[in-house]
Design a protein around this ligand. Structure first.
Ligand code: MRU
Length: 351
């Protein structure tokens, strides 16, 4: 991985295929530093996903697809290497299903061209990875169009973690819905949970919304209940990492608590996620693998220790919100409501 350049331009791409490699904004350093990382090998891409240079379910999917394309450029014997490339990328992060969805799609494309000439195989895999990226932006805009009418005018929207342009190829899922509501002329402001331990809300969501000129207030996670009780919040909108067939939703740790508090206070709780985040092979959220991350993410803040040395730590990166707390799931094909077993299956079939 090569780290480069500080940026001055207004438009920032989360991830781009360039002749020099895959260029990604380094999300670990935002908002204090705007730097870019270039990956030129599939192993570098696996490390970028694992270390969260790039994160957020749809963005991880695009990164994995581009990782496969990088791998195809590295080897002459792609046939022998393809399982190793995909396996390495699959082992980076377990919860966001978009990663596995993208790898499956790349493998299917590979299977359809594997008897072609090497150059053709490579071109086809690069083109498919770029297509996944382009489609993701269009999908987010469609989600925005479906979700914007759900957002009440002249109210506050609460969001958790970062489900914005940075978590996708552009525009965002939850933040896409918020952006579309603002574009539609709604006078809304956004309450952003800081999202411990890695502060995706404080570092990334607040940064994105501020750049867009959307009125934003940052709160610590433990303030969410206080504000949900206040009557000020019109709805909660969050993203998702994996949605089971019954509508249970895995998302950033802390989402479950927000959902329970929203229901307790009569505030609608919406999830915005592309169809590629659905995992209909899982009957319920109990089967979703939850990533456990390093203890230092909890014991340290910006590299400085904040806890006694040797203390036991738990650090699940995601939790599962049971479907009964979810008012609706917004996808690019429309809105699903309970019972989710039927509505989600219907939406996967429609286009
Ligand atoms: O650990 P992260 O930062 O990858 O977790 C991201 C989230 O939980 C997002 O809310 C989710 O991926 C949806 S992104 C559109």
């Amino acid at each position: 991985m090569t780290e480069t350049a500080v940026l001055t331009q207004k438009t920032i791409e989360t991830i781009e295929w360039t002749p020099d490699g895959v260029v990604m904004i380094d999300q670990r350093r935002l908002p204090l530093e705007t730097t870019f990382v270039t990956c030129r090998t599939y192993k570098e891409m696996a490390e970028a996903i694992r270390s969260m240079v790039i994160r957020g379910a749809p963005a991880i999917g695009v990164a994995a697809a581009m990782g496969v394309a990088l791998g195809a450029l590295e080897f002459e014997d792609i046939d022998a290497q393809m399982p190793v490339i995909c396996d390495t990328l699959a082992k980076t992060r377990p919860t966001a299903v978009n990663l596995f969805w993208a790898l499956d799609r790349m493998q299917r494309v590979y299977a359809s061209v594997r008897h072609e000439r090497l150059e053709q195989i490579r071109d086809r895999l690069i083109a498919e990875a770029q297509k996944i990226r382009e489609e993701d932006i269009a999908i987010n805009e469609a989600m925005g169009r479906h979700g914007a009418p759900l957002v009440p005018d002249r109210k506050t929207v609460l969001t958790h973690c970062n489900a914005g342009a940075l978590a996708t190829a552009g525009f965002g899922t939850a933040l896409g819905v918020i952006r579309a509501a603002v574009r539609a002329g709604k006078k809304i402001d956004v309450l952003v949970d800081e999202t411990r331990p890695l502060l995706q809300g404080a570092r990334l969501t607040a940064w994105e919304l501020q750049r867009d000129g959307i009125e934003t207030t940052l709160i610590t996670d433990n303030m969410a209940g206080h504000f949900l009780k206040s009557g000020r919040i019109g709805c909660v909108v969050v993203g998702a990492d994996r949605i089971a067939a019954n509508g249970d939703v895995a998302n950033k740790i802390g989402t479950y608590g927000v959902a329970v508090l929203a229901k307790e206070n009569g505030v609608p709780f919406y999830v915005a996620a592309p169809i590629s985040t659905l995992d209909l092979s899982l009957a319920s959220g109990d089967d979703i693998p939850i990533e456990e991350r390093a203890a230092t993410e909890v014991t340290n803040l910006q590299g400085e220790p904040i806890a006694p040395l040797g203390v036991h730590v738990a650090n699940p990166a995601f939790d599962v919100t049971p479907n009964r707390y979810i008012s609706a799931i917004v996808t690019e094909h429309g809105i699903a409501r309970a019972p989710y077993e039927n509505s989600l299956r219907r939406l996967t079939k429609s286009s």
